[in-house]
Design a protein around this ligand. Structure first.
Ligand SMILES: O=P(O)(O)OC[C@H]1O[C@H](OP(=O)(O)OP(=O)(O)O)[C@H](O)[C@@H]1O
Ligand SMILES: NC(=O)CC[C@H](N)C(=O)O
Ligand SMILES: [Mg+2]
Length: 510
């Protein structure tokens, strides 16, 4: 998962972009980048690392201009090198910069076509560079010296015809404006808003509403699946157009389970409320299937499960206690690269307060069990802290299938639930009882109580149904071979991993 942002402002946008990226940091911890546009000139700073480490004062001073885009990265393709940090730039036509959240499932075919048919060169293994070049080609064939919004929308319609997978995108064209667009299934989130300043109206497009709120923008709307929103420089008017033939909103359910911040609103659904409802549904399942339970205390596994765990405890009428203290200086472990670092980080991140566990039957609650890295260690920690019985509940169903739309879960064999029954997972984790949310309950929890705006979600990690309809067994096998932890470790030792700023790109501020 990545975070993207674009601002068309009326004064310098560097600080607002930085602030927005900080608010989107939970979506990607590997790399960060900003490109600003000062009249016709572009300024870029990108590197591996967290937002606070990538941008020093000297970089910020050089990121001049009243329009810009930014990105925080959690790779799903290619390497973690700074050459594949985003935004990406292509010189022709007009000079275009792009930031992408998602993953293209036909990247290999596209890469071939982009070279053989469009006569364009791709210099990295990133699918986002391919996406940029597809867009650039589709804009080029409009064959205009001076483009207008219809040319941009036509180019995006071309992108929808050619690209498969998940993509929420911001694109900046110097001297012209910023356009945001979303794939025809609306898998990844993207929203836009405005703020009034003494110099006029400014617009922001971002992955999550939390970036708008905290930087002082008010929400206008989510970008609809297949839709594009174009914000020109130097005018107050913005343009929208549906660019896909058959758009069907199918947002990723895992955003609501884990990825998004709880204070975001995605497709008109409050993530916080969705997680609360997950807790209620899970409590109802426990009451239904285990009426004589002997749970004495409900303990969340910080951070993401807290909202669901609190509701679950309320509904069961059982004490809720914070039994694990989180080290605030360690990031999200699930999106860290490599199993070794993830394993070590769980122990660094969470420590038990023994007295909340001693001689008690505890129910540990997490939002999800993916590789089992967290749950395995936490269950052992609860036992070491003196718990009598350790039960475990997951606010989502078992994650059994790889994700191909922007979450780096490429290898079925690395998922603890893959090919295992719930009882076998319980045994593998070593808890006394394991309860999973049922998928229909999770879907209902994510939908609003009344008539929902979302009729269907991408639920592929739970049921193996890939909504783009193009994901074959062969593709999944190829993905596993290319991106399993073992494959990544090997790639890390290769020459490519040493790539630094060697991509064909703008001058990067050092
Ligand atoms: O089964 P696993 O592979 O361990 O993955 C699942 C865990 O990873 C995530 O936590 P993370 O530490 O990334 O972030 P959080 O602090 O937002 O919960 C998620 O909330 C689960 O706790
Ligand atoms: N998680 C994402 O959205 C990744 C975006 C893009 N596929 C990359 O690897 O950089
Ligand atoms: Mg967690």
């Amino acid at each position: 998962m990545c975070g993207i942002v674009g601002i068309v402002g009326k004064s310098a946008v560097n600080q607002a972009l930085y602030d927005a990226l900080l608010m989107l940091q939970h979506r990607g911890q590997d790399a960060a980048g900003i490109v600003t546009c000062e009249y016709e000139k572009l300024h870029m700073r990108k590197d591996t690392g967290l937002v606070r480490d990538v941008f020093r004062t000297r970089h910020m001073l050089r990121l001049r201009g009243e329009m810009g885009i930014g990105h925080v990265r959690y790779p799903t393709a290619g390497l973690s090198s700074s050459a594949e940090a985003q935004p990406f730039y292509v010189n022709s036509p007009y000079g275009i910069v792009l930031a992408h959240n998602g993953n293209l499932t036909n990247a290999d075919e596209l890469k071939h076509d982009v070279f053989a048919d469009d006569l364009r060169h791709i210099n990295t293994q990133s699918d986002s560079e391919i996406l940029l070049n597809v867009f650039a080609h589709e804009l080029q064939i409009q064959n205009k010296l001076r483009i207008d919004e219809q040319d941009i929308f036509n180019a995006i319609a071309g992108v929808h015809r050619r690209c498969r997978g998940g993509y929420a995108v911001v694109v900046m064209i110097p001297g012209f404006g910023i356009v945001g667009f979303r794939d025809p299934n609306g898998i990844r989130p993207i929203i836009y808003g405005r703020r009034e300043t003494i110099n006029g109206t400014e617009y922001m497009i971002a992955s999550e509403s939390v970036a708008l709120d905290t930087v002082g923008f008010t929400i206008i709307a989510d970008i609809a699946p297949g839709e594009a929103v174009f914000i020109p420089v130097n005018t107050e008017q913005i343009y929208r157009r549906q660019c896909a033939a058959q758009p069907v909103l199918s947002p990723c359910l895992f955003e609501f389970v884990y990825f998004a911040r709880p204070d975001s609103i995605i497709d008109n659904i409050s993530v916080h409320k969705a997680r609360s409802r997950m807790g209620k549904k899970l409590a109802a399942k426990i009451k239904r299937t285990w009426p004589n339970h002997d749970i004495q205390v409900v303990i969340p596994i910080p951070d993401t499960s807290r909202t669901a765990a609190l509701q679950l405890a309320n509904q069961l009428n059982v004490t809720y206690a914070e039994g694990f203290i989180k080290n605030r200086y360690i990031g999200r472990t699930f999106i860290m690269p490599g199993q070794q670092v993830r394993k070590k980080s769980v122990r660094q991140k969470l420590n038990a307060i023994d007295l909340e566990f001693r001689k008690k039957n505890v129910l540990l609650v997490d939002d999800s069990i993916v590789r089992g890295t967290t749950s395995r260690q936490i269950i052992q920690m609860a036992r070491d802290a003196g718990a009598r019985k350790v039960y475990f509940a997951s606010a989502s169903p078992p994650v059994r299938y790889p994700n191909v739309y922007g979450i780096d879960m490429p290898a079925a064999s690395e998922l603890i639930a893959h090919g295992r029954s719930e009882l076998e997972i319980e045994q593998a984790l070593g808890c006394d009882r394991l309860i999973f949310q049922d998928l229909p309950d999770l879907i209902q929890a994510a939908q609003k109580k009344t008539k929902s705006v979302v009729d269907r979600f991408d639920t592929s990690v739970f049921d193996g149904v890939y909504i783009t309809g193009d994901v074959t067994e062969a593709y999944l096998q190829q993905l596993e071979q290319a991106r399993s932890d073992a494959a990544k470790a090997q790639a890390f030792d290769s020459d490519d991993a040493l790539l630094d700023d060697s991509g064909i790109d703008l001058y990067n501020t050092v």
